[in-house]
Design a protein around this ligand. Structure first.
Ligand code: MLY
Length: 265
């Protein structure tokens, strides 16, 4: 049985530092999540960002909501922070003179949208305006540095928040690398992305922080016993460092394995 992931130990183990709070577009004190499953709200359609649609809260995880657009299928759920500017109370769109749109991939005939909208809102439990929190201001400038640790959303599995390391910095962008996953999930994002969080975010919000992957890369100490030093990539040097010998990836494709103790994805 693997012991629980602990940032203090991990930062020591990897001889790294946490990216400072002021680097992030996240509130210092995470917003409270008062939403309940079943509540409805307006949300920007992630697949068609000019549309504002009706969404239902399907799940609650930390300061985030798992959302599903009404009239859409169950394969395109998405997650938003309660202080995301992508969500707002029902009625906001109309107040601003806009029209609620069917989601991309609306499962019915387009002509049935007006009736569908009436029906979906009729008797619906609407999330109160007070539950929506103001989005924090953008941090300027980009103050991330290569090697800093953070918690980041795995964009291929967006319900997961994982230990990560800044692998590169370029202008307003940062390269987010996932510890123990050998690059398979890494991505570039703006430094003011809502998908990256300071170390400790999940423990404050009650969201689940994944442990680092077990595709452990080369450590400072084990690097010298590596048979082929040419394989020591820049990225692997910045990934988590364990003093134990590098375990075989257990016959899985590199970077695609599931960490032990995790539910299948
Ligand atoms: N079932 C998925 C899980 C991968 C998750 C990786 N994250 C945590 C960086 C897979 O094995 O592809």
């Amino acid at each position: 049985v693997k012991e629980q992931f602990n940032w203090d130990d991990y930062l020591k183990e990897t001889e790294s530092i946490a990216a400072p709070l002021h680097c992030f577009r996240q509130s210092r004190i995470p917003p409270t999540n008062d939403f309940k499953v079943g509540m409805k709200l307006e949300a920007r359609d992630p697949r068609n960002v000019t549309s504002v649609c009706i969404a239902t809260v399907i799940g609650i995880t930390g300061a985030r909501l798992r959302l599903r657009l009404d009239g859409s299928d169950n394969k395109n759920d998405f997650w938003r922070l309660v202080d995301s500017s992508d969500i707002q109370p029902i009625g906001t769109c109309e107040k601003k003179g806009g029209m609620l749109q069917p989601p991309l991939g609306f499962q019915m005939n387009a002509s049935s949208w007006p009736m569908f909208l009436l029906r979906t809102l009729n008797g619906a439990e609407m999330a109160p305006a007070a539950f929506f929190k103001k989005e924090p201001p953008k941090p300027v400038p980009n103050c991330f540095k290569v090697g800093m640790k953070l918690e980041a959303i795995d964009r291929k599995n967006p319900y997961l928040i994982c230990p990560a390391t800044i692998g590169d910095v370029k202008g307003d962008e940062v390269f987010v690398t996932f510890d123990g996953w050998r690059g398979a999930f890494d991505y570039w994002c703006r430094c003011d992305s809502r998908d990256i969080f300071p170390v400790g975010w999940c423990s404050l919000t009650g969201d689940a922080l994944q442990p680092p992957g077990n595709n452990v890369s080369i450590t400072k100490s084990s690097a010298k016993i590596q048979s082929s030093p040419s394989k020591v990539t820049r990225r692997s040097m910045q990934s988590p460092q364990k003093s134990a010998p590098v375990p075989a990836p257990r016959g899985r494709k590199p970077g695609r394995g599931k960490p032990p103790g995790q539910s299948a994805v």
